[in-house]
Design a protein around this ligand. Sequence first.
Ligand code: SAH
Length: 500
Amino acid sequence: MQKNDVIELEITDMSVGGEGIGKFGGMTFFVKDALIGDVIRARVLKLKKSYGYGRLEEILQPSETRVEPPCPLHRRCGGCQIQAMAPEAQLMFKAQKVRGNLIRLGGFAADFIAEIMEPIVGMEEPYRYRNKAQFPIGTDKEGNPVAGFYAARTHSIIPVEDCLLGVEENRSVLAAVLAYMREHHVSAYDETTGKGLMRHVLIRYGFSTGELMVCLIINGKKLPAEECLVERLSAIRGMKSITVNVNQEKTNVILGKETMCIWGEPYITDCIHLLECGDGHFTRTDTSVKFWISPQSFYQVNPVQTEKLYSLALEYAGLTGNETVWDLYCGIGTISLFLAKRAGKVYGVEVVEQAVADARRNAALNGITNAEFFVGKAEEVLPRFYADTVTVKNEGTMGESNCPTKMRRESGRQAAQDMAHPDVIVVDPPRKGCDRACLDTMIKMQPERIVYVSCDSATLARDLRVLVDGGYELRRARAVDQFGQTVHVETIVLIQKKNS
Ligand code: SAH
């Protein structure tokens, strides 16, 4: 067998990245866009010793899970890896991925996982769910400005007027920007030369408020005939914020450091509602948290599923109103502020300083006074705090220098002890999971419950093993689909102190 051979494959499995897996001549082949149950013809792209990669050439017999993908560009774009799979099959794939990781990488028994795992939470509307879109701007062969997406694994732009994961408002915004560029001969940025002005258009939409934000990222200081662009954009329904971000670096990073508001407010507002989690159903409650979102803010991209995920986090946390809770990797305080509604005191830790500033501002916006935020790495802030507090307890000198009255000292000492031994710790780390030093300190702190929200069930499984070996028990686990059409999935688990 050699490269470019065409082989027939029956797809019998799928990789965690969504590639179809089939065997041929004792070798394992990975084929993008092929689904479990398909019989296909594939062209061999790459050969290794025992495995290879193929390109889907023809579907000889389609899988039962195969549907007509609504986006004609789904194979070229690379954003949606499993759009050709029926929604229920996508959910099964994702639930299986989480289950498989917990068993294989976490070392949990399959029976035990089957017993504790709750049904995956799907999306009612698996399209048009993203509240944020970033379109690169380029030039087509005729020299006209185009907006679109980078083709999978490349930096060439496929022109797209609409992405089915994004909101419909994106279309009007792009049309306005491109019309303005044509009218005023505004150049598009060219990555290879580093020349040209318009780099990206960033759009954010508040699902619960209908507020729209546009940020134009430019390779320069100012847009020509800015007022003409503002006139077009501000006429779009819901427009609340138009900003310009300066990025003159030759880099893949989209946003530069400086942002100027050229119309409206520098932020939009969105609300996240707390849901009641009945058996299988989520019902909206009157409790909600408001957020100010600026172009730079980190904010969950699927607000509808985020409400479900965070409401589950709150349920798993089992709060009654008096608890002391840490929220590690807290971002702009999304989970922390939710927790604060039901806890005595919440302490958030986040490494990005701007996010912590946003978290504090969001707390104030909601009149929440029982949440405090610390800047730093969870694996540094937590161990340092714990070591300091434990030493202080032993020596009895807590806060001598900065607590002038005995009463302050007493209450400060009590608060520090509560922080060192909280009731609940919530973690929501990035894909790489928690650092070992962070996990070890969590175990030392002996919280009653740990709620782990994860966007990568492989690192989740690894970390759970450490916590379980440290005296905790896995009690509940549930996958929540936040990213329909893609292979990604969030998972939430509850871990409890053994014998409690
Ligand atoms: N819980 C938040 C954010 C989750 S994303 C929300 O739901 O909105 C993960 C967050 O962890 C990001 O904000 C990232 O900046 C932060 N982060 C990454 N590494 C970190 C570390 N070592 N310590 C603390 N925060 C970290």
